[in-house]
Design a protein around this ligand. Structure first.
Ligand code: ASP
Length: 338
C-alpha cells in the first residue's frame, strides 16, 4: 500500500515558542511523536510545504499546488492524506473537491486540536485513522473516492463540512449530509452516502478566480454598506440570508440587487442557518429574489459556496455559465430540493 502525505502545517505539528504562542514546526516532530508510523506496512511518502503554515495563511496558490501534487502522484499512490490546520480545512477540502474531478482515490484531510507533542493530543488518533481510511479498499477499489475530512473519529464529505467548534476535539460537522464513516472498534462506512466515481475520468483543474464577495445580511444593514459590497471588483457575491433564504422586501434593497445582476454580477443565496436549505418562494420574503435572478445555493455550506464560485469563475469566463453551474450539484456539495 502506498500513501502520499502532504504536510501543510496546522496545530498538529506546532510547538510553543518562548512566549507560549503555537508556531508551525516540521514533519520530523510528527514522526518522532508517532513511532507507530514505522509499524505500518505502508510505503509512506511525505511532501512538506515550505513554509509550513497556520491554515489562516492558506491561499489559492497553495490550493493549486496541492491539486498539482496529487495529480502528479495520482497513478502511483493508493491514497492521500493532507495534514492541515483545522481553521480553514473546510475551505481547502471544498476547493480540492472542485479542482479534482472524478476522483477514484481517497483524499483525506486531517489535523488536530492539540499538537502531537501534547499528552492529551487528538493528533495520533486522527492521523492513524486518516491513514487507515486512505488505504481502505473493497474488491480492489478504494472505498472512499472523494475529498473528505477526518476528525474525532468521523469522516465527513469535505464540501459539506465546516469547523463548528474551536474548543472541542469534535471540531467539524456536516449537518446537511450524513457522516461517511465512523471509527470505533470497527471502521464503519456509510456505503449509501459515499461517492462512487468508478465510471468517471480523473481530471485535475488548475484555475481559481478569487473575484468573489460576501454580503451577510442583518436587520438594519444600510444601503451604503450593501452598495459598497455590490460595487466591489468581484464577479459573484455570496449573500447570506435569513432562515430558508429570506431577506427584507424593501424596494431599495431589491432594486440594488437587481441593478447589480443587470450589470452582470451573480448573487448566490445561501442561508445563515447551518442546517436546512434555501427555498426560494416559500415565503413572500424570498419570492422577489427569485424574480430578479438571485441564484439558489440550496443547502451549500459557506465554504462550498465561496470555493465553488472561485472554481467556476476560474474555469468559465462567461457569467451566465457560472450562474448555470453554481445551482447544479457537481461534486455532491448540494441537494436540489425543487
Ligand atoms: N490555527 C490552527 C490552524 O488552522 C488551528 C488548527 O490547526 O487546528 O492552522
Amino acid at each position: 500500500m502506498k500513501i502520499f502525505i502532504i504536510y501543510t502545517g496546522g496545530t498538529i505539528g506546532m510547538v510553543q515558542d518562548e512566549s507560549g504562542t503555537f508556531v508551525p514546526f516540521d514533519f520530523e516532530l510528527i514522526k518522532n511523536n508517532l513511532p507507530d508510523l514505522s509499524r505500518l506496512d505502508y510505503q509512506l511518502t511525505v511532501h512538506s510545504f515550505n513554509p509550513i503554515i497556520d491554515s489562516s495563511n492558506m491561499n489559492p496558490e497553495i490550493w493549486i499546488e496541492m491539486a498539482q501534487i496529487i495529480k502528479n502522484n495520482y497513478d502511483e499512490y493508493d491514497g492521500f492524506v493532507i495534514l492541515h490546520g483545522s481553521d480553514t480545512m473546510a475551505f481547502s477540502a471544498s476547493i480540492l473537491s472542485f479542482l479534482l474531478e472524478g476522483l477514484q482515490k481517497p483524499i483525506i484531510f486531517s489535523g488536530s486540536q492539540l499538537p502531537i507533542g501534547e499528552i492529551r493530543t487528538d493528533a495520533r488518533e486522527n492521523m492513524m485513522t486518516a491513514l487507515e481510511i486512505a488505504s481502505a479498499k473493497h474488491n480492489g477499489k478504494s472505498i472512499v473516492q472523494e475529498v473528505c475530512i477526518l476528525f474525532d473519529n468521523k469522516l465527513f464529505r469535505g464540501n459539506r463540512s465546516f469547523k463548528y467548534n474551536s474548543a472541542k476535539f469534535e471540531a467539524f460537522r456536516s449537518p446537511n449530509y450524513p457522516v461517511l464513516a465512523e471509527a470505533g472498534i470497527h471502521l464503519k462506512y456509510n456505503f449509501d452516502a459515499l461517492m462512487n466515481n468508478s465510471d468517471k475520468e480523473f481530471i485535475c483543474h488548475n484555475h481559481v478566480d478569487n473575484h468573489v464577495g460576501v454580503l451577510k445580511l442583518f436587520p438594519g444593514i444600510s444601503a451604503n454598506t450593501i452598495k459598497s459590497i455590490l460595487d466591489a471588483d468581484v464577479r459573484s457575491i455570496v449573500m447570506e440570508t435569513f432562515g430558508s433564504g429570506n431577506t427584507t422586501t424593501d424596494k431599495w434593497f431589491l432594486d440594488l440587487l437587481e441593478s447589480a445582476i443587470k450589470q452582470g454580477k451573480n448573487i448566490l443565496n445561501i442561508s445563515q442557518c447551518k442546517v436546512g436549505s434555501v427555498e426560494l418562494g416559500r415565503y413572500e420574503t424570498s419570492q422577489g429574489l427569485k424574480s430578479i435572478g438571485v441564484l439558489n445555493g440550496y443547502d451549500m455550506t459557506f465554504e462550498a459556496a465561496v470555493t465553488k464560485l472561485m472554481y467556476l469563475q476560474g474555469e468559465l469566463a462567461d457569467q451566465a455559465a457560472v450562474a448555470y453551474w453554481v445551482e447544479k450539484d457537481i461534486r455532491g456539495e448540494l441537494t436540489v430540493n425543487d
